[in-house]
Design a protein around this ligand. Structure first.
Ligand SMILES: [Zn+2]
Length: 161
């Protein structure tokens, strides 16, 4: 994984509304820090977006009319209805002129750092460990990742962006 990709203050990070958990995962795969909590209510979502300065992504037209968004205190993108999760990703990336970056943790959006193969061993199924050489650990939640078949499917779809 390339380490020359500088993370700057301008790299956008996101809060996804309760309906957009799938979009949050796609954003992480595309290299962006996207937070999502199952069942989070709008008031809490607005509070967290204000506190963190993250861009709020919502498919809820009512929420998009919230005062904090209309006044510009929260930057938000309204996701059109009827999109698949992948189309939602494409919509956000076009709307904000984002390019694909190094993938982040699919569980929490944290950055992934390469780790030695032996360090990954206890957390990897033996059959995977037998063939896979490269492993990564999330700096935030410590989950271990590798480029298995699931990851390859995701990467192939991202190529289409
Ligand atoms: Zn993580």
């Amino acid at each position: 994984m390339a380490s020359d990709e500088a993370e700057t203050d301008e790299t956008p990070a996101f809060w996804c509304d309760a309906m957009l958990g799938g979009l949050a995962r796609w954003l992480r795969a595309a290299g962006y820090d996207a937070a999502w909590i199952e069942g989070i209510d709008d008031a809490e979502l607005v509070r967290r977006a204000l506190a963190t300065g993250r861009i709020l992504l919502t498919a809820d037209t009512e929420l998009a009319r919230h005062g904090a968004i209309r006044s510009g205190r929260i930057r938000a993108v309204l996701i059109p209805a009827g999109h698949t999760k992948f189309e939602q990703l494409r919509y956000v990336m076009r709307a904000l002129s984002l390019r694909r970056r190094q993938p982040r943790c699919m569980a929490c959006g944290g950055r992934l750092r390469p780790i030695p193969r032996d360090a990954a061993r206890p957390e990897v199924p033996p059959r995977t460990f037998a063939w896979c050489r490269e492993y990564f650990r999330c700096v935030r939640c410590a989950k271990v990742f590798w480029r298995g078949t699931h990851w390859r499917r995701i990467a192939a779809r991202l190529e289409a962006l």
